[in-house]
Each structure stands twice: as structure tokens, then as C-alpha cells.
Design a binder for this molecule. Structure first.
Ligand SMILES: Nc1ncnc2c1ncn2[C@@H]1O[C@H](COP(=O)(O)OP(=O)(O)O)[C@@H](O)[C@H]1O
Ligand SMILES: [Mg+2]
Length: 393
């Protein structure tokens, strides 16, 4: 337990946060100074970098995340391969900050989600909720020589929760305000919203996945344009909305489900895309892209109106994730949420690309401090839980 006892006693830590979301586009690695723990934690970003995966890797991960096309051999291999990529990202971000690895106290790694099944599946007389994040934290610890916390989601699921979203605790620590009703919106592969009422305690926080983020746009950009994504929303900006397609997409039962709820590629992946293509046969490709791009801000707004707005209306919407770079999405959010002020988290000093990676650095710090970091009102878990697995170097 040698590395752990002194680590627990340390008031100030240098922590690396690693994030690779459902987009499987790249590894986001951030180096942060963290002081203290709990809701008064303070942190400062020292360095951030995004490391794109090798060419073809994204398709490889997505292919192997699908039921029926992934094999156990590949999943097993990917678990270690990803850990090697994560360890490289730690080394690279340390180098960028001109720091030797021995100065880093802790790593918090989200892992790469390949499957997320938050609704109970019946198997051999048991009800099982499961989620699988690859990138073995023990391997990361061994390859870097740094204590690593990973696999944050299963503890919450064991207590009947969705295991997601976990960012709301971080949102509360970093963004709560005495003066404003705030909402945070992360647009990754999936979009999720956190609302922080003015003067809230952690029990007042509400959050859930609203539906697709960039996932549909990316998949259709690949199919229709052979591109990874719509840079800046440029193609969407030249297209027109197809109203019938919007109506068809809203037919998905996910939008009627009351929170707590979370989702992933299982709902908004391959099958959903096939339906979109069927429903838009004959349409111009740029109109299809415009319509699925519009669907993200529109479904965020619809879900906000349906499940959150009754209690209060927000003064500020703070956007992060890759979708913050999509001008079409940002414009639409401004239109829908007016008169609320729509901005990126960067405007408040937290880079919109680094935010989720910072979150996992902070969650690892909470785990080492023995603090719970799920929010039961958000995930549906029966009680607060200390999250993650602690792996020694
Ligand atoms: N410059 C950009 N213009 C438009 N979209 C972008 C841009 N940069 C990133 N994105 C979108 O953001 C996605 C990645 O977002 P990210 O927050 O990393 O999601 P995840 O957490 O799912 O990995 C990309 O797949 C792409 O769709
Ligand atoms: Mg990403």
C-alpha cells in the first residue's frame, strides 16, 4: 500500500485525466493541479492535448462495439491495446508540460465505452445492468508507474443506477452559482445536460442524456461524404431541414422515457441510421446532414422543456464537447434557448475540449479521498457511492 498512504495524505496532487468518449475519435488527456477534495475541491489545468487514434481505429472500435460483429478475442485485445494508447497519452501530456512521470500522483481514466446496457437484462434468474469501458486501468498503472483509477461506472450500476451520467458531480463542483440558474450541455457522441439551480446543493442537481450528440452527424458524414465529421457544421449550414425526418426521429421511445436515463450507440447507432436513410430517400445529402444536425439541439431543447423547465428556466447554457465547434448546433441552441445566454465552457475558464477529461481527474481524486461522486438523483442509484477501481503501479 506504499504509494497509496502518502497519496491519501497529500493535500495537493498532480493528476492526469483521460477521456475517450462514444465518438471514439481521440484520447483527451489533461494534466491538472488538484487541491483538497469534496465539493470545495480546487483545480487548475496545466496542460491539455487530444491524441487522435491511428487511421482506421475508430471504425475498428465501432465495428467491435456492435452486437454480432464484435468478437471476444478482439474485445480482450482491445482492452489492453487501449490501455497502451492511454499510457502513451499520459506520457505525451507530461512531456508537453515539461514534467517527468514521477511527478504525477494519480491518473483517472474513463476508458472507451464499447457497450452500455443500463436497463436490466434477465439472465439465469438475475437482473443484470452492465456497461463495458475498455483500457485496463491496471495496465495503465504498470506502464506509467502511476496509481490509476478506472472503471467508474459499475459501482453506480451495482446500486441500481444507470452508471451515467457521472459528469454532473464535476459540474456541481465547478459551475454551481449563487446568482444564476445554469445548465451544462456536453455534446459528445451523445448529448447530456446537467441543471444547477441557483444556490443548489448536490441533491438539487438534475441531469440525463438527452439523446444523440454528434453520433448521427458523424455516421452520416461517413456514409454520405466519406468524412469523419462535418467540420464547423459547414455542410449542415448549406442544407435545409426535412421536417418529416425530424418527426420520424422523435418517434424513438427514448424521448418519452422519464429521467433518470442514459443512452449510447445501442439506441442511436447503426439501426437508427438505417431508419434515417430509409426516411430520407431521394433527399439531398446536405439536407440530411442539416436535419440530423438540427435534431441534436432540438432534442436537447425538447427534453429540457419536457423534464426540466417546469421547475425553473435557466439563465445560462454552458456548452462543451466536440459539438461546441459545430456552428450550426451552436446557432440553433441560441435560437431555442433565448433569452438564456448560450456560451462555451471556455468562456468560464474551463476548455470545452478538456472538460470531461478534467472531470475524470477530479473523480479519481474523490475516489482516493474516499468520497462518493455519483449523484443518486441523477443516476437512479439507491445511494451515493465511491466510484472506480484503484490500481497500483
Ligand atoms: N471542428 C469541429 N467541427 C464540427 N464538429 C466537431 C469539430 N471537432 C469535433 N467535432 C465533433 O465532436 C466529436 C467529438 O466530440 P467529443 O466531445 O470528443 O465526443 P466524445 O466524448 O464522444 O468522444 C467529433 O466526432 C465531431 O463530430
Ligand atoms: Mg472524443
Amino acid at each position: 500500500m506504499q504509494p497509496l498512504i502518502p497519496l491519501i495524505k497529500k493535500k495537493k496532487k498532480l493528476v492526469v485525466g483521460l477521456m475517450s468518449g462514444t465518438s471514439a475519435d481521440s484520447i483527451d488527456a489533461v494534466l491538472v493541479d488538484i487541491s483538497g477534495a469534496g465539493i470545495s475541491t480546487r483545480f487548475r489545468q496545466r496542460a491539455f492535448a487530444s491524441f487522435p487514434y491511428p487511421k482506421g481505429f475508430r471504425e475498428f472500435v465501432l465495428h467491435n462495439s456492435l452486437p454480432g460483429s464484435g468478437s471476444v478475442e478482439t474485445i480482450s485485445t482491445l482492452n489492453i491495446l487501449l490501455a497502451q494508447f492511454f499510457a502513451d497519452a499520459v506520457k505525451a501530456v507530461a512531456k508537453k508540460a515539461h514534467l517527468s512521470l514521477s511527478k504525477i500522483d494519480l491518473i483517472g481514466s474513463h476508458g472507451q465505452t464499447v457497450h452500455h446496457l443500463p436497463s436490466p437484462q434477465r439472465l439465469f434468474g438475475k437482473k443484470v445492468r452492465s456497461t463495458l469501458q475498455l483500457g485496463d486501468p491496471s495496465t495503465i498503472a504498470k506502464l506509467t508507474g502511476i496509481v490509476t483509477v478506472g472503471d467508474f461506472r459499475t459501482a453506480d450500476m451495482a446500486l441500481g443506477g444507470q452508471g451515467a451520467p457521472l459528469v454532473p458531480y464535476f459540474d456541481f463542483v465547478a459551475f454551481r452559482s449563487a446568482a444564476k440558474h445554469r445548465a451544462l450541455l456536453n455534446i459528445g457522441g451523445i448529448a447530456n445536460i446537467t441543471v444547477l439551480p441557483k444556490n443548489c446543493t448536490v441533491h438539487d442537481v438534475r441531469a440525463f442524456d438527452t439523446g444523440p450528440g454528434n453520433m448521427l452527424v458523424d455516421a452520416l458524414m461517413k456514409k454520405l461524404y466519406n468524412k469523419e465529421f462535418d467540420r464547423g457544421g459547414g455542410i449542415a449550414l448549406r442544407g435545409e431541414i426535412l421536417p418529416e425526418l425530424i418527426t420520424a426521429m422523435f418517434r424513438d421511445p427514448y424521448f418519452a422515457v422519464k429521467p433518470p436515463k442514459s443512452t449510447g450507440r445501442e439506441l442511436f447507432g447503426e439501426k437508427f441510421i438505417e431508419k434515417i436513410l430509409k426516411n430520407s430517400r431521394g433527399a439531398r445529402t446536405r439536407d440530411i446532414i442539416a436535419t440530423v444536425t438540427e435534431f441534436t439541439p432540438l432534442s436537447v431543447y425538447q427534453q429540457y422543456m419536457r423534464f426540466l423547465h417546469k421547475k425553473f428556466s435557466i439563465d445560462e447554457l454552458i456548452v462543451s464537447g466536440g459539438g461546441a465547434h459545430n456552428a450550426f448546433m451552436m446557432e440553433a441552441l441560441k435560437r431555442y434557448f433565448a433569452p438564456a445566454h448560450v456560451m462555451t465552457s471556455g468562456a468560464l475558464g474551463i476548455s470545452s475540449d478538456a472538460k470531461e477529461a478534467i472531470c475524470f481527474a477530479l473523480l479519481a481524486n474523490e475516489t482516493i479521498a474516499g468520497n462518493p461522486s455519483n449523484i443518486p438523483a441523477v443516476t437512479g442509484a439507491s445511494h451515493p457511492a465511491v466510484l472506480g477501481k484503484i490500481c497500483l503501479p
